[in-house]
Design a protein. Sequence first.
Length: 140
Amino acid sequence: MDSPNQIRIESEMAAMDSSENAVQKLGKLSYMTCPECGGSLWQVDEKSNFVRFRCHVGHGYAAQDLLTEEIQQLDKMLGGALRASEEIVKTARLLAELARKDGSTVTLDRLDARINASMEAAATLRALILRGNSAFHNVL
């Protein structure tokens, strides 16, 4: 059961009227970060098996909700990395075509290496995303 003081502090945090010092009174620093603001998360002391986290801004998460947010962030980051890798391939191919026209073999060799590396990275990321969608989401 939460103490009245703990409930008051969490209420202040939720209303964005609290400081980092106040959240430190609630529990211990978890060394994880808030999915919304990137701030440090504190594990709120509980007398039961229900675990909560709060950041100094006031964002709060149950442990299961934090896991869900982290998985969603990972999905977004991997998707962004895949998109960037694929765009690098397209841009490098465009530049390689221009280098071929100009006869610039040194530039062409570097661009071909970049294309190959980016295609390999994209394939790895795609496999991670496909494997991750089944591995991460099925356990929730």
